[in-house]
Structure formats: structure tokens, C-alpha cells
Design a protein around this ligand. Structure first.
Ligand code: AMP
Length: 478
């Protein structure tokens, strides 16, 4: 079979270089269909399974079409959770790395002032959650006159009751002459109809599992009070390297996490009432493979991309069938296999049936593991629990390998601007403006990405070179 290549899209060299660094050898089916249409600036409603490369499907054409010289935001991407906003921002930065695309994430529970300052600087792409985006729009700190693209990621979640008002209020503020793209793995018809209100004759791109994700689905009948011992037995027998356990409520997550911790599980937790820094730290550690079990609410169900999760356990049956699809979509990603096990009480078995019909695949009933099997598996389980997990590989390592982020101890307060840094650094012998990547100026600090392996050269030179007459402290950023 002839493999499609990214070359067929005539992307610029900088974008192609980043894709090859990310090891994206060929476009996935959704990318193959979306990229050419988006490059022609047509509206799109895109539906394709979890883990099928939707983010890059919109991020590649956006990075390609964004004009570097324009300082004001040209694309706005809305996501339902802060974790997803941060992840999509990273994806955009990686894909736009060599074009020096600046992406900024804005979401609640983070300093508004800092975001305001960031938005004042060159920003090509803004990724955010609806509440904070609207806040910035209303306060005039997010400038959208030059906006050309709007992406609503996880569109069904974004256009449902919880978010719709904010999303509509945001859309009202945006220029009408723009490209609008909607994506999700689940798009109920009424949402799809609703979405047409914001779009101009959109192209419907629905990818039906050509390359099927291989996830095996099971459920175990249990009583509420037997769930914990059942979970222990299942995890001992399955002994996954990396697993997410979904609970219905935050309280449920807290309780279960505490119990698993007490039983010496290599675990952590994630839910919406935690401090944002902790939420990010947990996700980062989980992505790096620093612990094996993540106990979470559905906040971790949408879009979160962690390599090699082999097992997803629904400790509680999801509240609706779409949630099930997103939960299990954390496993079986990018061509890998996965397993999903749901605990259901007798009263919940009808929900399992509904989900089964919805996904069009059997959710096979299995029995709880028998004692002999648990006993047999125990030593291997304990050994794994006492072994440090292998670090997971960072997919952007190759793209970022020749980049050094430098920290300077001066920013806005010292009246420094990006041009001051570019002007000074580009004058260093052997360095050009092309070697300078994203610059982020804060009140008292500035971060400058130096590309193409020139980091050490710039670092050495800047130790005794002044910027606007000021000698700043400089070192490699943490
Ligand atoms: P997404 O559905 O956007 O969350 O992407 C799922 C995973 O597939 C992510 O880890 C992406 O980095 C990866 N991915 C996206 N596009 C490609 C591609 N063309 N080739 C290989 N991996 C990809």
C-alpha cells in the first residue's frame, strides 16, 4: 500500500522538520482528510476516535498558515480543561517550533496579570478554557481583531449546557471572517446541528475506524462495598505498568487514593478541586511515568495524552456513554492495544448495555479474579510496585534537542522588550535572528529560547554583554 506522506500537503520546511522530529512519519486518517481542507481555509466539523491525531490535524494547518510577522493572536483554540489547554499549547509549540510560533495557554486559577502580560507580547496562537478566555476578552486583554482561526476542541463538551453560554459569548466577540473548526470523538447529532450556527457551510469529516483502535472491553458485576477488594485483585492480576482509575466524584477519588496509598500503591490523584500547580505536577509526573496508577475524575478523560496506558478501570460506571468513550480513549492510543475494565453493580448493568450499543462493541462480562490466580500473581505485582517505573519517552525530545531556554533576571520592570533581546543576541558573532525562538517577558524575568544548538554560545556571550545598557544575570532556565 502506498503510504501517504506529509509532503503531499506542501508544508513549509520548518513545519516538516518539526513533524519529522516528532516522529510523525505519515499523516493519520483524520489528518489526511482535515489538513488539505483546513489549508484551504474551510470550516470543518471533524469527528474521529480518541487518540487518532486530532490535535495535529488542526495544529499543523494553523502553524502553517499563521503569519510569523503578525504580533496579535491569529488562532484561538478552546478546550474544556486546563490540562488539555496546556497539552494542546505544547503540541502547537512543538509543531511550530522551527517557525518560532508562540502559543500561550490561558486558564483559570493562574495569575491573570501574568497572562495579561504574555498576551501583550507576540502571540500567534492562544489556547484556553472558556471562562478565562471570556474574562480576557471582556477586559480587553485578549486582542482578537486579527483572529483567523477558531478551534473548538472536544466540541460536544464545549457546546453542552455547562459551557455553551460562555462559548457563545466568546464567539460573538470574534471576527466573522474566520475559519471555524470543531473536533471531538463523540458528536451527538443535536450538538452537530447547534454548531452549524457558528459556521459557514462546514465540511463534515467523519473518520470511521479504518484502522481500528484495539481495546478489549470488560465489565465485572460487583456490589459497591466490594469494589475496593475487587480493584486490588484486578490490579494484582493485571499488573499494568501504567493505569488510570476513574471515579465518579472528587470525594470518591480522594477516598480511593488514600486507600491505595495506604496499601503502598505507586499512585497519585487528579480532580478539579486540587490546586492547579498540583494538578499540573501530577499530570507531568504521570506523563513521565513516575508513578503507575492515576486515580481521577472525568477531568482526565478528555484528550489527555499519556503514552502506554495499558489499562483503564472505571471504578464507577461513567454517567453517560460519551464519557466512557473518552475514558477508554486514554488507552489504545496511536496504534497500541489497551484494556478497559468497568465495575458495575446489578442496577448499573443496563448502563453498560447502553454503552455497548453506543460503541458498537461487546463489553464482555467477566468474573472477579479467583483467589488462586490472585495468589499466583501477587509476587510479580509486589515486585513491580517496588520497582521504580521506567521513565516514559518524551515525544518532543528530538524537536527540542538543539534548543536551550535562557533565563535573564530582567523583564518588563526594567523596560525590556523582545526587540531589545533580539537586537543584542543577533549581534553575537555566529548567531542570527533565526536562532532566536520564543521570547517570554515577565515582570522581573525574561525567557529566551535559543535554537539550532547555539545556546552555549549565546550563554557565554551574554555573561558580559549588556542589553539596553544593562548587564543581566543569565543562566539556563530550569
Ligand atoms: P491526539 O488524538 O491528537 O491526542 O493524538 C494522539 C497521539 O498520536 C499523540 O501522542 C500524538 O502525538 C500522536 N500523533 C499524532 N499524529 C501523529 C502522526 N501523524 N504520526 C504518529 N503519531 C501521531
Amino acid at each position: 500500500m502506498l503510504m501517504k506522506s506529509f509532503a503531499t500537503f506542501n508544508l513549509s520546511e520548518e513545519i516538516e522538520k518539526a513533524l519529522s522530529g516528532l516522529q510523525y512519519k505519515a499523516p493519520t486518517t483524520i489528518q489526511e482528510k482535515v489538513i488539505p481542507v483546513a489549508l484551504q481555509k474551510k470550516d470543518i466539523v471533524g469527528k474521529s476516535q480518541t487518540g487518532s491525531g486530532k490535535t495535529a490535524a488542526f495544529a499543523i494547518p494553523i502553524c502553517e498558515l499563521v503569519q510569523w510577522e503578525e504580533n496579535k493572536p491569529q488562532a484561538l483554540i478552546l478546550t474544556p480543561t486546563r490540562e488539555l489547554a496546556a497539552q494542546v499549547k505544547d503540541d502547537v509549540i512543538n509543531i511550530g517550533r522551527f517557525k518560532r510560533i508562540k502559543a500561550t495557554a490561558i486558564f483559570g486559577k493562574q495569575s491573570y496579570e501574568r497572562q495579561k502580560l504574555e498576551l501583550k507580547q507576540k502571540t500567534h496562537v492562544v489556547v484556553g478554557t472558556p471562562g478565562r478566555v471570556l474574562d480576557h476578552l471582556q477586559k480587553g486583554t485578549l486582542f482578537v481583531d486579527h483572529l483567523k482561526f477558531l478551534v473548538i476542541d472536544e466540541a460536544d463538551e464545549m457546546l453542552n449546557m455547562g459551557f455553551i453560554e460562555q462559548v457563545e459569548a466568546i464567539i460573538k466577540e470574534l471576527p466573522e471572517d474566520r475559519v471555524t473548526m470543531l473536533f471531538s470523538a463523540t458528536l451527538p447529532e443535536d450538538i452537530e446541528n447547534l454548531s452549524v450556527r457558528y459556521m459557514k457551510s462546514p465540511m463534515y469529516i467523519h473518520v470511521e475506524e479504518a484502522a481500528k483502535v484495539s481495546i478489549d472491553h470488560f465489565f465485572i458485576n460487583t456490589e459497591e462495598e466490594d469494589k475496593l477488594p475487587l480493584l486490588k485483585d484486578v490490579t494484582i492480576v493485571e499488573n499494568p505498568d501504567s493505569c488510570i482509575i476513574f471515579c465518579k466524584t472528587q470525594q470518591g477519588v480522594d477516598d480511593l487514593y488514600r486507600k491505595l496509598k495506604k496499601a503502598h500503591y505507586s499512585c497519585d490523584k487528579l480532580h478539579g478541586s486540587m490546586v492547579q500547580e498540583d494538578r499540573f505536577a501530577v499530570m507531568e509526573d504521570f506523563k513521565q511515568g513516575k508513578f503507575r496508577y492515576l486515580v481521577a475524575t472525568d477531568i482526565a478523560a478528555r484528550g489527555i495524552d499519556v503514552e502506554n496506558i495499558s489499562l483503564v478501570i472505571s471504578f464507577d460506571v461513567p454517567q453517560d456513554k460519551e464519557r466512557y468513550v473518552h475514558r477508554i480513549g486514554r488507552t489504545g492510543r496511536a496504534g497500541k492495544t489497551g484494556k478497559a475494565i468497568t465495575f458495575a453493580t446489578s442496577r448499573e448493568e443496563n448502563l453498560v448495555k447502553e454503552i455497548e450499543e453506543y460503541i458498537g462493541e461487546e463489553i464482555k462480562r467477566i468474573e472477579s479474579p479467583i483467589h488462586a490466580e490472585v495468589a499466583r500473581s501477587k509476587s510479580a505485582f509486589e515486585e513491580k510496585m517496588n520497582t521504580k517505573p521506567l521513565p516514559k519517552h518524551d515525544k518532543a525530545e528530538q524537536v527540542n534537542k538543539d534548543i536551550v531556554k535562557l533565563y535573564f533576571n530582567g523583564g518588563k520592570k526594567k523596560k525590556l522588550r523582545a526587540v531589545d533581546f533580539v537586537g543584542t543576541i543577533a549581534k553575537i558573532p555566529g548567531v542570527t535572528a533565526e536562532d532566536i525562538g520564543i521570547i517570554t517577558i515577565q515582570e522581573n524575568a525574561t525567557y529566551v529560547d535559543i535554537l539550532n544548538g547555539k545556546g552555549p554560545l549565546v550563554l557565554a556571550a551574554m555573561k558580559d554583554t549588556t542589553i539596553k545598557g544593562k548587564l543581566l544575570k543569565v543562566h539556563v532556565a530550569r
